[in-house]
Design a protein around this ligand. Sequence first.
Ligand SMILES: [Zn+2]
Length: 472
Amino acid sequence: MKFCDRGARSFAPQHVLIPHLVLLCVTFWSLTRNGRAQESVNAGPPDPQIVTVLMQISPVRMQAAVEKLVGFQTRSTLSAQDAQSIASGKGIGAAREWIRSEFARYSRECGGCLEVKTDTFTEAPAERIPKPTEITNVYAVLKGTDPESSKRIVLVTGHYDSRNSDTLDTTSSAPGANDDASGTAVSLECARVLSKLKFPATIIFLTVAGEEQGLVGSRHFAQMAKAAGWNIEAVLNNDIVGGDRSAQQDTRVVRVFSEGVPVSATDDDLRLIRNLGGENDSASRELARYIAQVGRTYDAGIRPLLVSRPDRYLRGGDHLAFNRERYTAVRFTEFLEDFHHQHQDIRTENGIEYGDLPKFVNFDYAANVTRLNAATLASLASAPAPPANVHLFLKQLENDSTLTWEPSLGGRAAEYEVLWRATTSPEWEHVQPVGTALRITLPQSKDNVIFAVRAVDKAGHRSLPMVPLPER
Ligand SMILES: [Zn+2]
């Protein structure tokens, strides 16, 4: 009855609950005949270690990190980064050195478990870069403990550069508390708490510069990763996650943006997407759905609101630089932005306060967003690799559907699950455990639903789902 109760609540307001309860339970019973029907497929049972670590995420630390970053006065990518400015604690160079020292401190606290690294390059002059400019991304690597699984990487990122009204202003105050000291603080706080655990797969905690000059830092990092053949399975970009304290803010919700048709799709990819109706099943969209599942498995204090769009209307962010290199990447952003508090010189005009100041940031909100990120990173880094080469058989016309796949690499999968949903449904609706089988025939027409297969380890950690390719 518990299951029916949950289903009824999510479908009907309280006052119509009782008359419809019996009917709903009958409906769910008929759905469960073919697989375990769930109104909300989740990411498995909560892992007690992950639950414990989420409790260590602290709004006080988020606030301290944001205020420290704001204290550098400006973090314009074009601002000073010479030894003198670093010593005086002003400019992007000083911010960079502080981030590096924070990662190094967390590493000392975990017996050197983090490798602290920088990715430095000189960007040639461009529209928002008047002269050759050295740009440095700072990151920490928590290497996976399993030799095969450690080649799989999950990554969290935020941009530590800031700007005011003029993108080319290199000296005036540019606090960037929400945009994007908040996202930088997510990477830092995730590194601090997750470095207390060990995971089979690798986690990278990244902070980039050059975002406000045109995603320059993330583009360099994504291209470097691609050239080096890094298997980055998921990128979580946090940009403006401070939950601005405007009256209309909904502190219960954080938006998760994901691309539908991949920006990197080739003509062949596009043909396939058109023919299969695959425009709602990019790898990044599957990651967004996974985050929704994590949000149901763990109580992060905040609910992800999936937005089926690469970013805010015709706007951009660092996840897109990863998408362009064919990486799976999504963006977290607060529910409601206050544009008086973004990309603005600090001033008051007609009674309106402008500027991206810490006093507008809700640190409880930012801590909850961090919990959702940390739960997602920990779930993915604990999970087995997704099953490889998932295919849907088309050798003959039939109303059943036969799926095949190859074992999850690394040998950590204890079983597999097939997921499916109606073509019009935003999230996975049904899950069928299939044990260690690598082939299953289901009495469901492939014409009416979308399938995926995911791997599950002994403890119940779920991989990202893989949508099948047709096999003729
Ligand atoms: Zn930003």
